[in-house]
Design a binder for this molecule. Sequence first.
Ligand SMILES: Cc1cc2nc3c(=O)[nH]c(=O)nc-3n(C[C@H](O)[C@H](O)[C@H](O)COP(=O)(O)OP(=O)(O)OC[C@H]3O[C@@H](n4cnc5c(N)ncnc54)[C@H](O)[C@@H]3O)c2cc1C
Length: 376
Amino acid sequence: MKKIIVMGAGFAGFSTIEGLSSIRGKTAVTLIDKKQSADFLPLLPDCLGRQINPQYLRCDIEHFCKRLGFRFLRDEVRAVDLVNRAVTTLTGTLEYDYLVIASGSETNFYGNQNIREYAYTLDSADDAVRLSNLLGKEKIDNYIVAGGGYTGIEVVTNLRLYLDKVKRKGSIIIVERAPAILGPLPEWMKDYVTDNLRRLSIEVMVNSTVERIEGGRVFVSARKVFDNTLVIWAAGVKTAGFIQDLKVEKNPQGRIKVDDYLKLNESCFVIGDAAYFSYKNNFLRMAVQFAIFQGRCVAANIINSIKGRKLKKYTPIDFGYIIPMANNNSCGTVFGLNLKGFLPTALHFIMCIYRSRGLRNKFGVIKTLIRRRCTM
Ligand SMILES: Cc1cc2nc3c(=O)[nH]c(=O)nc-3n(C[C@H](O)[C@H](O)[C@H](O)COP(=O)(O)OP(=O)(O)OC[C@H]3O[C@@H](n4cnc5c(N)ncnc54)[C@H](O)[C@@H]3O)c2cc1C
């Protein structure tokens, strides 16, 4: 019986094992994840502003595996031996015939231990609980979000929504290392977001970095000091530690270069945020839609390989992207159309509800949005 290991129970890993369910009983499939629940990451910023209960973002991995008839191993992968086809976890070593690396990405502190220790992150439902509790309890004067990418923008607008709701004052600042927010995105989008942030009295500090946090005191680019300040770190991601130790071709974020079939070698596939897939002279961005479709493609190709059939190439389908902003002035490009205002906000939530796992979670999110009427 062929042994298949899927590492990581995020969007990519889940869609892979769903795709493998047709060969249940004929193969031994193990899904490994260090966490007990898979969290719906795109709704994390909305837990702060729209006060969606983070419980509605969780999906129990063991329950999901049981339903599909596969084994779940809660463990952390520490190393992969591509030659001897073995995975080492904290508790032992497992051999495989096929391996799918779907371990996503995690916050990158760029080696700054001080920031790692004192800044908050928003990478999991647990993080959202921690931050929501803190916002409810502490009186904070300044809220700094490090990183002016999609996540940073979403977070600052949700912070403003929260402070307005609880009728509390506070400065909100984005600190971005580059000369502009939203890096490679089109100019019209950057202008639209910048205008919206101005309207929400959110300051943008470009060419700046958060250098040190001492108690509630934050030092930004050795020029400015903020007292009684909370820092949320959204300044970049990297792949899991064991990937960094693999001697294979990677991009600067540590994403593994894969071929047209999402293969690293004959027995190992890499998908989702962990993979670096060349597309139209560039590479695919990290996004839920690609993770899900890559998982399906790899499941089909493992089945093809077992049955001795030809593998299918992976062809990305890009539906577009949205920058959701909590005052409903979102923007994005969907099916090639540039959208602004409420429509992209609505599309963001429709996508999230559609892709959330379990009726309890879907209805929980819908109920919260109706109660809060999606307004500021
Ligand atoms: C705040 C936020 C908002 C976002 N908003 C959007 C959005 O609106 N739209 C969009 O398309 N994308 C969004 N993204 C990005 C999107 O969530 C990712 O692209 C997507 O989750 C990637 O899926 P994945 O399966 O590759 O990885 P993940 O979903 O990150 O899953 C990886 C899994 O691997 C596990 N894992 C990692 N290392 C190990 C190890 N060593 N051993 C065992 N298990 C391990 C992790 O516990 C995790 O469960 C957002 C991300 C964040 C953080």
